[in-house]
Design a protein around this ligand. Structure first.
Ligand code: EPU
Length: 434
């Protein structure tokens, strides 16, 4: 298994580019099942989750080609209606096959995804939404069975205890675009990735009004056509690079960073006193100076609020920003698996219910072997390692590879000392760690 070895403390200088957005790409890949014509998807990040989604589509009958490293061509002439447990359990996002199967095939058997390390992730809102489209929905033997032969438009409210649901909205939109009649979704998620999916569907001939708002109106059409569509850039990846640059001596231009998609993060960085400039619609430059920031309190919320997928990285920044900050998680109240690992590097963080109370220190964190537990926790540990004194070894980086394309090469381009090596080459406890 690979690990990342990081020798921290190097200043970061130069340009780094965010790839296409994983969380836009996965439902967009699923949406290719809505037509028998070919869809060409561009700006696709080279990630294990994306490759896995392509394998699922193949297993369900689609022809999948990759003419260029970041372009995929998908043609789904035939589509199976069953997505088995073996595939779905490995990647939660495969639950967004439900909508396209209901829309096109009028029938779906999709395995329930099972547990998730970042907290409870039910799909009750997805199922409620399909019922409101007059589908017959049944859950048994670990599967969701949907009979949509009599489906027609309806009024769906998708708000839950933690706000609206991103993949739930994607599912209901994908079901509704080929369901006769008018569907209205209230409390729809308005994350840029949902907007991107809607734009892709519109380019296929779908009729969707209110894109980008919490109220979507969809008029079902009989069939959709193929499309060529370019996925948006990854705001979470770009945000991770901005937060990394904020932690140390740096002069970094982050490209593929649309300020329009990141206002909550930029607002917090401004409040913290970070020197940054929006240089283009998709480029932000940061000039970081270690310890020059003020602590800020952050609450994660659905878009346009502060993204939960940037919470762990912000906790890392706050752990080296002198003073007290409170980071509250409203989307996944237990999403703090990075905290014990950051503590091993010297961070002073206490968890109180859904909040992390961070006492930022003046001196840098100190390098240590740490264990990644999920995608964003891994990113937080990498940026902690970049800013730390000494060597950090981040283990289980297959989590990182699910959502960040060649992160170590990108940071290397900024002057970081970071290498991917085999864990057999890690020093053992009785060897000296620098
Ligand atoms: N929820 C329900 N019932 C539902 C669906 C969701 O109660 O039927 C709750 C969830 O438990 C959670 C909240 O609502 O507390 C939000 O969940 P949502 O459905 O919006 O999350 P998701 O669609 O499963 C996507 C991203 C996540 C990201 C969340 C929140 C993808 C593939 N995943 O998940 O990304 O954290 O939205 O923005 O788009 C990541 O990339 O690291 C990641 C976890």
């Amino acid at each position: 298994m690979d690990v990342l070895r990081i020798r921290g403390g190097q200043p970061l200088k130069g340009t780094i580019r965010a790839s296409g957005a994983k969380n836009a790409c996965l439902p967009i890949f699923a949406a290719t099942l809505l037509t028998e014509e070919t869809c060409v998807i561009e700006n696709v990040p080279d990630l294990s989750d994306v490759r896995f989604m392509a394998r699922i589509l193949e297993a369900m009958g689609a022809e999948v080609e990759r003419p260029e490293p970041n372009t995929w061509k998908i043609t789904a002439k035939e589509v199976a209606t069953r997505a088995p447990y073996d595939l779905v359990r490995k990647m939660r996002a495969s639950v967004c096959l439900l909508g396209p199967l209901v829309g096109r095939m009028k029938s779906a058997e999709v395995s329930l995804p099972g547990g998730c390390v970042i907290g409870q992730r039910p799909i009750d809102l997805h199922l409620k939404g399909l019922s409101k489209l007059h589908c017959d929905v049944d859950v048994r033997n670990g599967y969701v069975f949907v009979d949509a032969k009599a489906a027609h438009g309806g009024h769906v409210f998708l708000g839950g205890r933690h706000g609206s649901t991103v993949t739930g909205t994607a599912n209901i939109v994908m079901a509704a675009v080929l369901t006769p009649g008018i569907t209205r979704i209230d409390s729809a998620a308005c994350e840029p990735e949902v907007v991107d999916l809607c734009k892709m569907l519109i380019s296929m001939g779908a009729k969707i009004d209110g894109v980008g708002s919490h109220a979507l109106t969809i008029e079902g059409v009989e069939a959709l056509r193929g499309t060529t569509y370019r996925v948006i850039n990854d705001r979470i990846e770009a945000g991770t690079y901005l937060l990394a640059a904020a932690m140390m001596e740096s002069d970094v231009r982050v490209e593929g960073a649309e300020a329009e998609h990141m206002s909550a993060l930029l607002d917090k960085l401004e409040e913290a006193g970070l020197d940054y400039t929006i240089e283009a619609v998709d480029a932000i430059r940061v000039r970081g100076q270690r310890c020059n920031l003020k602590p800020v309190d952050v609450i994660t919320l659905p878009h346009p609020g502060y993204a939960t997928d940037l919470q762990a990285q912000m906790s890392t920044l706050m752990s080296v920003t002198p003073g007290l900050s409170i980071i509250t998680e409203r989307i996944y109240p237990n999403r703090f698996m990075h905290v014990p690992e950051l503590q091993r590097m010297g961070a002073d963080i206490a968890i109180e219910g859904p909040s992390a109370i961070v006492k930022g220190r003046k001196q840098p964190l100190s390098g240590a072997p740490v264990m990644a537990s999920d995608l964003r926790a891994s990113a937080a540990l990498v940026i902690a390692g970049l800013a730390a004194e000494g060597e950090t070894w981040v283990q289980r980086i297959y989590h990182l590879d699910r959502g960040y394309e060649k992160m170590e090469e990108k940071f290397k381009g900024l002057g970081a000392e970071i290498d991917r090596i085999d864990d057999a080459d890690m020093p053992r406890d009785d060897e000296t760690m620098a």
